[in-house]
Design a binder for this molecule. Sequence first.
Ligand code: FPP
Length: 275
Amino acid sequence: MKPISLTNKEQATADKELQADLADQGEIPDHIAIIMDGNGRWAQNRGNLRAYGHKAGVNSVRDITEACAQIGVKYLTLYAFSTENWGRPKIEVNALMHLMARSLRKEAQNLKENNIKLQTIGQVDRFPKKCQRELREAILCTKENDGLHLCLALSYSGRWDITEAVKKISQRVKEGDIEPDEIDDETISAHLSTARIPDPELIIRTSGEYRLSNFLLWQLAYSELYITETYWPDFRRNELYKAIQSFQERDRRFGEISENNTKESMNLSVQELTS
Ligand code: FPP
């Protein structure tokens, strides 16, 4: 049987219905972070160069960003280039830089029109000048927007982020601005590159790898993990909706116990437990 082909308009209507269902079913996370993985394998499985997978991955970036903006996600953080990625062959790194510069130039106006605010975390000053320029321009172009915050993690690693925070806090201690005893969770969060961004409620990793790969190590302490086998270039909004649905079914306890499972409802006294 031939698949039913939908026109763009029908597709948009079907998508709106899915989005409405998702919002009715439960909470939409304020902050979603994504480890976009599997571009290289996606391309190699098709007998193509790895860079071809990164190029295809940009279409997923566009679709996921647009869907997040439409369903009311406030922050979307994408792991676009890790500190460790500098160790890849020069030809792949160059292809990625070129792709990023080109995509930013092409998409800046789109971001602006969709009320999306672009920002970055990471050592962007390690990027080629051209890339830095495109980034600056796209950030400037979207600076008045107050819809979705699209945060690109570029030359980023969680350990780098924590190390930088420790340096800043140590300096403040040295200057007598803060006492060592006063340092707590909030102090550390406030000195990370994500200081003005809430911690992600949901972290998605594509391509079936079960690791964090040095991404947002501090910020992910209580995030719900969603791992899919799908390679990033095939990860589109329907997959995102599945991830959010899975998030909505989780019982988030933050190390405590759920409300309907209190000591009273378990009907056990401390004495019974210890005797
Ligand atoms: C991981 O797949 C992906 C990356 C290292 C790069 C992701 C970057 C993009 C999709 C371009 C983003 C562009 C903008 C403007 C944000 P991999 O190469 O590690 O795949 P593999 O695990 O199959 O080798």
